[in-house]
Design a protein around this ligand. Structure first.
Ligand code: 6R9
Length: 655
């Protein structure tokens, strides 16, 4: 591979300091305290993680060695240590005053709600675990989970963790085919699902999809455990399918947590790469528990009375770590919401915040932009004064959206943590610590203590200040994936050999482009596969999108490259418009001019295409691959199973 240069063009110099009041009570109170933690972690990383593991988690048996890195890139943490994640999330809180504290506050899309205290959640998890055992699930068996966002999704995950059966959650928006492929790959023999779930005012018939997936003889599932959510007529196959509500009343609440080895597999979560079939990312018990726990505590600054809400679905890593495990391990209150942003209730998120007095709120830029488009009047009509901290995740946030989040939602008083991480890293890697690190709109700021993030070239050398390069991590951390399920070679190739190891020193290649500014702040520019090379300039698509979105007529923008004889690639921008703005030749010209003004002529799109909506994955990431094919006038190639709404693609084709 030749050595490309990645140029960064986004200029953003505003700096926002946390208020003295916020810092005073924060978990990490100052830049000095943050730096001291980083220094300790780099002087003796193993002691740093070991101290935290001892202080923060309950171990049934202590470990022999903190990190075994003798066979890189396969790391082992806290070897021979024994613990159970469900114990750390539940049992240990029952002897404290957290026993009767709400663990899960759930809000259904139609407006129904439920609250489970730690004691109640513990009981349900024990029952659920006993039902799984009765269905023949044993330690080490993989269990598929295909659920709506209801408390039983978390209960199912915790029940699996309790008996040592690794779960593989498949997002409820995935098709029967996608579910089938994942169940085959992970060799699951039991699936947990629901009759259906609510999504955007309609019922998603989950059990029906499971039935379709199970028609394939390669699926080895012999039992389906079904939770009733929607109540519609649901076919049950005798001998294979059972209702949770039939078994729950007689299930025992006594189910001691299985002592798991620190390196026992905890879960497999599928994520798509740029090529090939989805990868089953494997996480194990001890390291993941520690990393989920400490990142949640420090980054979301959890205090005793916080009501914390992360809007992610449990089908994604963000839902695993920051809806369920990290929050409950800290004994905090986790709000769970079944709904998605939708036109029929443009205030749905703000209603939940007002109703449950949410104090810490964590969502994605795509949701923020959707709400910007729906209008400020909706958040403004709600009381959002309970909020004290905001977070974002999933993609780079453009400064425009950041500023809206800061002013309209945060009332200019809430710090924003822009958190960079991946399914592979298990937890947040680059982020502000809200009481300590001043923020800049669009920057994820600095690495979490103990994380040696860097921006490098393809030889693994650090690049200079403000030079673009590849985001990489230099030393193992406890939350890192251990392998790809069934394919350790692919793990090695994809993440550790892209930049060839030198003298046995392995660098984790994240697949994102980034630069570091004069303050050491990271600016993530998007996937390197999304980078455009136009006339010798390698441009992060996000930066051009940011410029477009800063124009008052533009709601959302996605920028891709299109083959061009002279420039190599020309820039094509797909844009959706705000409210009453109409597409026209004149507006297209104005937008091109606007990008030229904001960034420079090197970034001027050759073509602007107006669209009603952009094709997105179900987790809200714009599918640039499809837009690239469209822009090039080519047939759509590759897998479209992760697309949320196929209608969007049809419209774009016609348009
Ligand atoms: C947690 C999650 C990972 C990819 C990652 C990057 C993008 C996530 C980001 C961000 C810029 C942030 N990404 N957070 N880019 N700023 N704060 O989203 O995991 O679904 O595996 O996606 O998402 O491109 O490589 P996952």
């Amino acid at each position: 591979m030749s050595q490309p240069t990645i140029e960064s063009i986004l200029q953003e110099n505003r700096l926002f300091h946390p208020s003295a009041e916020f810092s005073q009570t924060a978990r990490i109170k100052s830049l000095g305290e943050y730096r001291a933690l980083c220094d300790r972690a780099s002087a003796d990383p193993q002691a740093f993680w070991a101290d935290l593991a001892r202080q923060e988690l309950h171990w049934f048996q202590p470990w022999d060695s903190v990190l075994d890195w003798s066979d890189p890139p396969f790391a082992k943490w806290f070897t021979q240590g024994k613990l159970n994640l469900s114990y750390n999330c539940l049992d240990r809180h029952l002897t404290t005053d957290k026993r009767d504290k709400p663990a899960i506050v759930w809000e259904g899309e139609p407006g129904d709600s439920r609250t489970l205290t730690y004691a109640e959640l513990h009981q349900d998890v024990c029952k659920f675990a006993n039902v799984l055992k009765d269905l023949g699930v044993q330690k080490g068996d993989r269990v598929g989970i295909y659920m709506p966002m209801i408390p039983e999704a978390a209960i199912a995950m915790l029940a699996c963790a309790r008996i040592g059966a690794p779960h593989s959650v498949v997002f409820g928006g995935f098709s029967a085919e996608a579910l089938r492929d994942r169940l085959i790959d992970v060799e699951a023999n039991v699936v947990i699902t629901a009759d259906g779930g609510w999504r955007k005012d309609a019922i998603v018939p989950l059990k029906e999809q499971v039935d379709t997936a199970l028609k394939d003889a390669r699926v080895a599932v012999h039992h389906v455990l079904v939770v009733q959510r929607t109540g519609q007529a649901t076919a049950m196959e005798p001998g294979r399918d059972v209702w949770w509500h039939d078994l729950a009343p007689t299930a025992s609440t006594n189910c001691p947590a299985e002592p798991m080895d620190s390196e026992d597999m905890l879960f497999v979560l599928y994520t798509s790469g740029s090529t090939g079939k989805p990868k089953g990312v494997v996480h194990t018990t001890g390291g993941y528990n520690l990393y989920a726990h400490i990142t949640t505590q420090w980054i979301f600054d959890l205090q005793e009375n916080d009501v914390y809400w992360c809007t992610a679905d449990v089908g994604w890593i963000t839902g695993h770590t920051y809806v369920v495990y990290g929050v409950l391990s800290n004994g905090a209150t986790s709000v769970m919401y079944e709904g998605a942003p939708r036109g029929s209730n443009p205030g749905c998120f703000w209603d939940v915040i007002e109703k449950h007095q949410v104090s810490v709120f964590y969502t994605a830029p795509t949701a923020i932009r959707a709400f910007i488009k729906m209008g400020d009047e909706h958040p403004k009509a709600r009381d959002l004064s309970s909020l004290r901290l905001l977070g974002t995740v999933g993609e780079p946030i453009n400064p425009e959206a950041w500023m809206w989040y800061h002013t309209v939602i945060g009332g200019e008083r809430c710090p924003i943590v822009d958190t960079w991480w991946q399914t592979e890293t298990g937890g947040i890697m680059i982020t502000a610590l809200p009481g300590a690190i001043p923020t800049k709109p669009g920057s994820a700021t600095l690495p979490f203590p103990g994380i040696q993030a860097d921006v490098v070239d393809l030889e693994g050398n650090s690049v200079g200040v403000n030079e673009g390069g590849y985001l990489a991590v230099r030393y193992p951390h406890p939350g890192m994936m251990r392998t790809i399920y069934g394919d350790p070679d692919r793990f090695r190739r994809t993440y550790w050999e892209h930049i060839p190891p030198k003298d046995g020193n392995y660098l984790y290649f994240a697949g994102d482009g980034a630069r570091r500014d004069e303050d050491g702040y990271f600016w993530v520019m998007g996937r390197v596969d999304d980078v455009i090379n136009s006339a010798g300039h390698r441009l992060g698509t996000m930066e051009i999108e940011s410029a477009l979105v800063s124009h008052p007529a533009v709601a959302e923008a996605a920028v891709v490259g299109k083959p061009d004889d002279i420039k190599g690639e020309d820039i094509v921008a797909f844009v959706t418009l705000e409210g009453t703005h109409q597409s026209s030749e004149a507006l297209a010209k104005e937008l091109k001019q606007h990008v030229t003004k904001e960034i420079g002529a090197i970034a001027r799109p050759g073509e602007i295409r107006f669209a009603e909506a952009l094709p997105k994955t179900r987790s809200g990431k714009i599918m640039r691959r499809l837009l690239r094919d469209l822009a090039a006038g080519a047939e759509i190639s590759g897998d479209t199973s992760t697309l949320e709404d196929r209608g969007v693609l049809e419209k774009l084709r016609e348009g």
